[in-house]
Design a protein around this ligand. Structure first.
Ligand SMILES: CC(C)(COP(=O)(O)OP(=O)(O)OC[C@H]1O[C@@H](n2cnc3c(N)ncnc32)[C@H](O)[C@@H]1OP(=O)(O)O)[C@@H](O)C(=O)NCCC(=O)NCCS
Length: 171
Protein backbone atom coordinates (compact mmCIF):
# COMPACT_ATOMS: atom_id res chain seq x y z
CA UNK A 1 0.00 0.00 0.00
CA UNK A 2 1.07 3.49 -0.82
CA UNK A 3 -0.51 6.82 0.20
CA UNK A 4 -2.59 8.24 -2.68
CA UNK A 5 -0.80 11.06 -4.52
CA UNK A 6 -1.65 13.36 -7.45
CA UNK A 7 0.66 11.32 -9.72
CA UNK A 8 -1.81 8.41 -9.42
CA UNK A 9 -4.52 10.37 -11.30
CA UNK A 10 -4.10 8.91 -14.76
CA UNK A 11 -3.79 5.24 -13.71
CA UNK A 12 -6.57 5.60 -11.16
CA UNK A 13 -8.93 7.15 -13.70
CA UNK A 14 -8.24 4.31 -16.19
CA UNK A 15 -8.96 1.77 -13.47
CA UNK A 16 -12.33 3.37 -12.68
CA UNK A 17 -13.15 3.81 -16.35
CA UNK A 18 -12.55 0.10 -17.07
CA UNK A 19 -14.68 -1.02 -14.10
CA UNK A 20 -17.68 1.30 -14.22
CA UNK A 21 -20.41 -1.36 -14.26
CA UNK A 22 -18.72 -3.26 -11.41
CA UNK A 23 -18.22 -0.14 -9.26
CA UNK A 24 -21.41 1.80 -10.04
CA UNK A 25 -23.63 -0.73 -8.34
CA UNK A 26 -22.14 0.02 -4.91
CA UNK A 27 -20.30 3.36 -5.08
CA UNK A 28 -22.23 6.63 -5.53
CA UNK A 29 -19.38 8.71 -7.04
CA UNK A 30 -18.62 6.62 -10.13
CA UNK A 31 -20.72 8.43 -12.76
CA UNK A 32 -19.50 11.83 -11.55
CA UNK A 33 -15.90 10.74 -12.19
CA UNK A 34 -15.65 11.39 -15.94
CA UNK A 35 -12.09 12.53 -16.58
CA UNK A 36 -8.53 12.50 -15.29
CA UNK A 37 -9.23 16.05 -14.06
CA UNK A 38 -12.06 14.72 -11.87
CA UNK A 39 -9.69 12.13 -10.43
CA UNK A 40 -7.08 14.87 -9.80
CA UNK A 41 -9.70 16.85 -7.88
CA UNK A 42 -10.53 13.76 -5.83
CA UNK A 43 -6.83 13.17 -5.09
CA UNK A 44 -6.31 16.79 -4.00
CA UNK A 45 -9.25 16.43 -1.60
CA UNK A 46 -7.84 13.17 -0.23
CA UNK A 47 -4.41 14.72 0.31
CA UNK A 48 -5.95 17.78 2.01
CA UNK A 49 -8.09 15.49 4.17
CA UNK A 50 -5.00 13.59 5.31
CA UNK A 51 -3.08 16.81 6.03
CA UNK A 52 -6.04 18.00 8.13
CA UNK A 53 -5.69 14.88 10.29
CA UNK A 54 -8.74 13.13 8.86
CA UNK A 55 -7.15 9.85 7.89
CA UNK A 56 -5.15 8.38 5.06
CA UNK A 57 -6.28 6.83 1.76
CA UNK A 58 -4.05 4.28 0.06
CA UNK A 59 -3.43 2.89 -3.39
CA UNK A 60 -3.58 -0.92 -3.32
CA UNK A 61 -1.26 -2.87 -5.63
CA UNK A 62 -1.21 -6.26 -7.29
CA UNK A 63 2.39 -6.91 -8.21
CA UNK A 64 3.29 -3.38 -9.35
CA UNK A 65 -0.15 -2.48 -10.79
CA UNK A 66 -2.43 -0.06 -8.98
CA UNK A 67 -5.55 -2.22 -8.54
CA UNK A 68 -7.76 -0.37 -6.05
CA UNK A 69 -8.13 2.04 -3.17
CA UNK A 70 -8.76 1.72 0.54
CA UNK A 71 -8.75 4.20 3.38
CA UNK A 72 -10.58 6.00 6.12
CA UNK A 73 -13.81 7.76 5.08
CA UNK A 74 -14.35 9.31 8.45
CA UNK A 75 -11.70 9.62 11.06
CA UNK A 76 -12.48 11.24 14.37
CA UNK A 77 -9.51 11.59 16.69
CA UNK A 78 -11.75 12.92 19.48
CA UNK A 79 -13.80 9.73 19.74
CA UNK A 80 -10.94 7.70 18.18
CA UNK A 81 -13.32 6.13 15.63
CA UNK A 82 -12.57 5.53 11.97
CA UNK A 83 -14.71 4.15 9.17
CA UNK A 84 -13.17 2.32 6.27
CA UNK A 85 -14.00 2.23 2.55
CA UNK A 86 -12.52 0.23 -0.33
CA UNK A 87 -12.83 -0.87 -3.93
CA UNK A 88 -10.94 -2.92 -6.51
CA UNK A 89 -10.86 -2.82 -10.29
CA UNK A 90 -13.02 -5.66 -11.61
CA UNK A 91 -10.15 -7.73 -12.96
CA UNK A 92 -8.36 -7.77 -9.60
CA UNK A 93 -11.23 -9.32 -7.63
CA UNK A 94 -11.12 -12.84 -6.23
CA UNK A 95 -7.42 -12.83 -5.27
CA UNK A 96 -7.66 -11.83 -1.61
CA UNK A 97 -6.02 -8.45 -2.28
CA UNK A 98 -8.54 -6.29 -0.42
CA UNK A 99 -8.77 -8.55 2.60
CA UNK A 100 -4.97 -8.26 2.91
CA UNK A 101 -5.10 -4.47 2.40
CA UNK A 102 -7.81 -3.98 5.04
CA UNK A 103 -5.85 -6.11 7.48
CA UNK A 104 -2.94 -3.70 6.97
CA UNK A 105 -5.22 -0.64 7.20
CA UNK A 106 -6.62 -1.87 10.51
CA UNK A 107 -3.07 -2.27 11.82
CA UNK A 108 -2.32 1.33 10.80
CA UNK A 109 -5.56 2.54 12.44
CA UNK A 110 -4.97 0.85 15.78
CA UNK A 111 -1.17 1.17 15.71
CA UNK A 112 -0.21 4.50 14.19
CA UNK A 113 -3.43 6.43 14.91
CA UNK A 114 -4.38 4.74 18.20
CA UNK A 115 -8.01 4.33 17.14
CA UNK A 116 -10.42 2.72 19.57
CA UNK A 117 -13.03 1.60 17.02
CA UNK A 118 -12.88 0.83 13.30
CA UNK A 119 -16.16 0.54 11.45
CA UNK A 120 -17.05 -0.96 8.06
CA UNK A 121 -20.49 -0.29 6.56
CA UNK A 122 -21.54 -2.38 3.54
CA UNK A 123 -24.80 -2.50 1.62
CA UNK A 124 -26.56 -5.56 3.00
CA UNK A 125 -26.70 -7.12 -0.48
CA UNK A 126 -23.02 -6.44 -1.20
CA UNK A 127 -21.89 -9.90 -0.12
CA UNK A 128 -18.35 -9.59 -1.54
CA UNK A 129 -17.82 -6.47 0.56
CA UNK A 130 -19.40 -7.97 3.70
CA UNK A 131 -17.11 -10.98 3.38
CA UNK A 132 -14.09 -8.74 4.12
CA UNK A 133 -14.98 -7.66 7.70
CA UNK A 134 -16.38 -11.15 8.28
CA UNK A 135 -13.04 -12.75 7.23
CA UNK A 136 -11.16 -10.35 9.48
CA UNK A 137 -13.22 -11.12 12.58
CA UNK A 138 -15.17 -7.87 12.81
CA UNK A 139 -18.28 -7.91 15.02
CA UNK A 140 -21.61 -7.63 13.16
CA UNK A 141 -23.64 -4.90 14.86
CA UNK A 142 -26.80 -4.86 12.74
CA UNK A 143 -28.52 -2.99 9.94
CA UNK A 144 -29.12 0.73 9.34
CA UNK A 145 -32.02 1.20 6.91
CA UNK A 146 -31.86 3.26 3.68
CA UNK A 147 -28.41 4.53 4.64
CA UNK A 148 -27.22 5.32 1.10
CA UNK A 149 -28.67 6.19 -2.32
CA UNK A 150 -26.63 4.44 -4.99
CA UNK A 151 -27.32 3.30 -8.56
CA UNK A 152 -30.95 4.45 -8.46
CA UNK A 153 -32.03 2.85 -5.19
CA UNK A 154 -31.66 3.17 -1.44
CA UNK A 155 -29.60 0.47 0.21
CA UNK A 156 -29.50 -0.66 3.82
CA UNK A 157 -26.09 -0.91 5.46
CA UNK A 158 -24.75 -3.79 7.50
CA UNK A 159 -22.46 -2.34 10.20
CA UNK A 160 -19.34 -4.13 11.38
CA UNK A 161 -16.85 -3.00 14.00
CA UNK A 162 -13.55 -3.98 15.50
CA UNK A 163 -12.32 -2.49 18.79
CA UNK A 164 -8.69 -1.91 19.69
CA UNK A 165 -8.67 -4.60 22.36
CA UNK A 166 -10.19 -7.19 20.01
CA UNK A 167 -7.76 -8.01 17.26
CA UNK A 168 -8.66 -11.43 15.90
CA UNK A 169 -8.10 -10.50 12.21
CA UNK A 170 -7.62 -14.13 11.30
CA UNK A 171 -9.28 -15.69 8.26
C1 LIG B 1 -15.73 -5.23 -2.29
C2 LIG B 1 -14.60 -5.75 -3.15
C3 LIG B 1 -13.33 -4.92 -2.94
C4 LIG B 1 -14.32 -7.21 -2.74
O1 LIG B 1 -13.42 -7.76 -3.66
P1 LIG B 1 -12.90 -9.27 -3.45
O2 LIG B 1 -11.95 -9.57 -4.51
O3 LIG B 1 -14.08 -10.17 -3.27
O4 LIG B 1 -12.14 -9.19 -2.05
P2 LIG B 1 -10.66 -9.72 -1.74
O5 LIG B 1 -9.68 -9.00 -2.58
O6 LIG B 1 -10.50 -9.68 -0.29
O7 LIG B 1 -10.70 -11.21 -2.29
C5 LIG B 1 -11.56 -12.17 -1.71
C6 LIG B 1 -11.78 -13.26 -2.74
O8 LIG B 1 -10.51 -13.82 -3.08
C7 LIG B 1 -10.46 -15.18 -2.65
N1 LIG B 1 -9.13 -15.35 -2.06
C8 LIG B 1 -8.10 -15.94 -2.71
N2 LIG B 1 -7.02 -15.92 -1.92
C9 LIG B 1 -7.36 -15.31 -0.77
C10 LIG B 1 -6.68 -14.99 0.41
N3 LIG B 1 -5.38 -15.31 0.59
N4 LIG B 1 -7.33 -14.31 1.40
C11 LIG B 1 -8.62 -13.99 1.26
N5 LIG B 1 -9.34 -14.27 0.14
C12 LIG B 1 -8.70 -14.94 -0.85
C13 LIG B 1 -11.60 -15.33 -1.67
O9 LIG B 1 -12.08 -16.65 -1.62
C14 LIG B 1 -12.62 -14.39 -2.26
O10 LIG B 1 -13.20 -14.93 -3.41
P3 LIG B 1 -14.74 -15.44 -3.42
O11 LIG B 1 -15.60 -14.26 -3.08
O12 LIG B 1 -14.92 -15.95 -4.79
O13 LIG B 1 -14.77 -16.50 -2.34
C15 LIG B 1 -14.98 -5.74 -4.66
O14 LIG B 1 -16.07 -6.61 -4.86
C16 LIG B 1 -15.38 -4.34 -5.15
O15 LIG B 1 -14.52 -3.52 -5.44
N6 LIG B 1 -16.69 -4.10 -5.27
C17 LIG B 1 -17.19 -2.83 -5.81
C18 LIG B 1 -16.97 -1.69 -4.83
C19 LIG B 1 -17.50 -2.00 -3.45
O16 LIG B 1 -18.49 -2.71 -3.32
N7 LIG B 1 -16.82 -1.46 -2.43
C20 LIG B 1 -17.21 -1.69 -1.05
C21 LIG B 1 -18.28 -0.75 -0.66
S1 LIG B 1 -18.72 -1.04 1.07
Amino acid sequence: MDLLREEHASVLFQLVDQSRAHLRRWLPWVDANRSVADTETFLREVIAQHRAGKGPQYAVYWRSELCGVCGFHTFDLTTRCGSVGYWLGARYCGLGLMTAAIRQLVEVGFGEYRLERIEIACATQNLKSRAIPERLGFYYEGVVQNREYVDGRYVDHAIYSLLAQETPMTE
